[in-house]
Design a protein around this ligand. Structure first.
Ligand code: APR
Ligand code: ZN
Ligand code: ZN
Length: 367
């Protein structure tokens, strides 16, 4: 069958929207009609090569849709089911999965972007295979994906809102509620660098009843979004030194937790320098795959600071995603307010430009 998809053919070049040939789902795979795809900074990171995929790759890793057909050996899913796409395939039974660290599942050692059997499902008109970002490629009208990447949700949820739970919401909220020591612990003060994902870390801090939430960004518009999502203080890092500003706001002490949600080595070090002794800096942003961070080694010990990573909000997609939608229904999680712009698939380059200009909380492609 045919599908239209956004494809990265060359790093740092405009993305191409074109018609591709899509194979039928094989065993353990499912064909989805995509309803919506969020536009996340990680998609742009694939275009720049910061998150490295060989070309050509169909983009998108934050989406939701409706099951069209299922392949052999697929149980528990039927045509018509509404699903969120998880951007990790997890088996549920390896050592990491048994530890409930399913996003760190170690079962699938397949080259990036291929289906689990190591082959393509997408081809262009020249017959060349096209990879799928995160094995899903939500910026495509239809996608064939592993059943391991599906999270079934109740049909009454808007698929457009549900799409955001596929990455940004779960990554940001989960960094606070799951990664930080099981989350139950009450946060006293947090700090956020905040775009689409950062706003959700703010929402996580609100849910964790943080007393103070300091948002840091270089764009005034983003700081205004941050306030409306629950930040109690904001710091414009293009005007003030964010480390000094955060120390001033905390009577010289520093924050209990800092969340870096950009993936920039400079802001990762800033986040580390903002936390108090025995505090925790949580790195959520995906830095360039070749970048390093340097932290004074003795200082790490003498201050007992902790520097930890958080991947996909340390989530269990099948447990956490329906839970987050439930919080939305209860009015405790904002999803409507995250969406500040809709795009058609063929406007993807415009959507990336808007993201780089800091225009949106989240842009969403509707199909
Ligand atoms: N200091 C403070 N804020 C900054 C700086 C800086 N030096 N540089 C950029 N920012 C801000 C931008 O203004 C923007 O508001 O970081 C924010 C990034 O937000 P988005 O572009 O919306 O990106 P998002 O989709 O939230 O992704 C952020 O999370 O999941 C990861 O891979 C993803 O690494 C990416 C990160
Ligand atoms: Zn993402
Ligand atoms: Zn596993």
């Amino acid at each position: 069958m045919k599908t239209r998809a956004a494809v990265m053919y060359e790093h740092n070049q405009p993305v191409v929207v074109e018609e591709l040939e899509l194979d039928e789902p094989k065993a353990n795979e499912v064909l989805i009609r995509t309803a919506a795809s969020g536009v996340c900074h990680s998609d742009l990171s694939v275009v720049t090569g910061a998150i490295y995929y060989d070309a050509a790759v169909a983009l998108g890793h934050e989406g939701a849709g409706i099951i069209e057909r299922v392949g052999d050996d697929v149980t528990g899913f039927s045509p018509g089911d509404h699903v969120i796409l998880s951007f990790v395939s997890y088996c549920g039974s390896c050592r990491m999965c048994e530890m409930e660290k399913v996003c760190l599942c170690e079962s699938y050692d397949v080259p990036r972007g291929f289906q689990l059997d190591g082959t393509y499902r997408l081809r262009n008109s020249s017959g060349d295979g096209i990879l799928q970002m995160a094995r899903i490629a939500t910026m495509s009208e239809y996608m064939v994906v592993p059943k391991q990447n599906l999270v079934k949700i109740d049909e009454h949820y808007s698929l457009e809102k549900a799409a955001l739970v596929g990455c940004g919401v779960t990554t940001g909220v989960g960094a606070v509620l799951n990664t930080c020591e099981g989350g139950a612990r009450k946060l006293r003060s947090g700090h956020r660098d905040r775009g689409g994902v950062g706003l959700n870390a703010i929402q996580g801090a609100v849910l964790a009843q943080a007393e103070r939430i300091i948002a840091v960004d270089i764009a005034e518009k983003k700081l205004n979004f941050a306030k409306s999502f629950g930040a109690t203080d904001v710091v414009n890092a293009s005007v003030y030194d964010p480390v000094e500003a955060v120390r001033e706001l905390t009577a010289g002490l520093g924050v209990d937790y800092a969340f870096e949600v950009i993936g920039n080595p400079k802001t990762i070090v800033q986040a580390y320098n903002m936390v108090r002794a025995a505090g925790t800096a949580v790195i959520v942003g995906m830095a360039h795959h070749q970048s390093d961070v340097s932290i004074p080694a003795q200082h790490l010990v003498s201050t007992e600071r902790r520097l930890i990573g958080s991947f996909y909000g340390s989530c269990q997609p099948k447990v956490d995603m329906p839970k987050l939608l439930g919080l939305y229904t209860e009015g405790k999680l904002k999803l409507d307010e995250l969406i500040t712009q809709h795009y058609r698939l063929d406007q993807i380059n415009e959507a990336f430009a808007d993201m780089e200009a800091g225009e949106n909380a989240r842009g969403v492609i509707l199909f």
